[in-house]
Design a protein around this ligand. Structure first.
Ligand SMILES: Nc1ncnc2c1ncn2[C@@H]1O[C@H](COP(=O)(O)OP(=O)(O)OP(=O)(O)O)[C@@H](O)[C@H]1O
Length: 229
């Protein structure tokens, strides 16, 4: 099976300081359809930088990045932006929902931006399907200020899922939530993997990391696979 993502020898050097600093140092990582991978590591170890290279917000200085078998490490921004919106779903610690819109309208925004024109009926069906996938279809008409943190994060996940991404990238998605609520958010992310989506989760939470298929540890820009105890 072709890997969704295959990184080989990915290196990122931070310039513009007195001495260039290597933030990512020869990263090898593959993610296959339906696979979930936790990235753990100390603060400052390079986790967010790695996620932004994978999500095409940033380019590596060296190494190869195959997305669905296609080399994309030297992509121009225009093409990168297209791939970003067609292939990836992003979930962050902050939910970035629009307060004055309902949950359904917030999710629908992801279809309006960059998906081309879709008849209203189809848009509505896809929005409701995404909200159902994260277990909050009954809250479709609620606005974020009336929802709990966990519910708001699930709206954000639905917004990431509504374009049927190949890969979900989640950077500390439970960072602002209590343990119980965080668990529901992880449930919603893992549910997407049952439909073939690849999931990469950056987390400081060991319990959440343990629920992923694999855990990799980033130490000073070097990635090592954790062997299950
Ligand atoms: N634009 C930048 N300018 C200067 N330093 C940067 C920049 N981006 C990242 N860094 C540095 O690179 C290193 C890796 O940062 P990164 O945010 O990827 O780490 P992280 O593992 O995600 O940390 P955290 O867990 O705190 O979010 C850090 O030392 C950070 O200070």
């Amino acid at each position: 099976m072709t890997a969704l993502i295959e990184l080989t020898g990915i290196t990122k050097v931070l310039k513009g300081q007195k001495q260039p600093r290597t933030i990512l140092d020869g990263i090898d990582l593959s993610v296959h359809p339906g696979e979930s991978v936790a990235i753990v590591g100390r603060s400052g170890s390079g986790k967010s930088t790695l996620l932004s290279v994978i999500g095409l917000f940033d380019r590596p200085d060296q190494g190869s990045y195959l997305l669905g078998g296609q080399e994309i490490s030297r992509l121009k921004e225009r093409r990168a932006a297209k791939l970003r919106s067609s292939q990836f779903g992003f979930v962050f610690q902050r939910f970035f929902l629009l307060k004055h819109l309902t949950a359904a309208q917030n999710v629908s925004m992801a279809l309006v931006n960059g998906q081309g024109w879709l008849p209203r009926r189809d848009r509505r069906a896809r929005v409701m399907e995404a909200l159902e996938q994260v277990g909050i279809a009954h809250l479709a008409k609620n606005r974020p200020p009336k929802m709990s943190g966990g519910e708001q994060q699930r709206v954000a996940i639905a917004r990431a899922l509504v374009r049927n991404p190949q890969i979900l990238l989640a950077d500390e998605p439970t960072g602002a939530l209590d343990t119980e609520t965080g668990t529901l958010v992880i449930d919603a992310l893992l549910e997407a993997t049952t439909r073939g989506c690849g999931l990469i989760l950056v987390t400081h939470d060991r319990d959440h990391a343990a629920r992923m298929g694999r855990t990799v540890d980033l130490v000073d820009g070097v990635l090592t696979e954790r062997v299950a105890a």
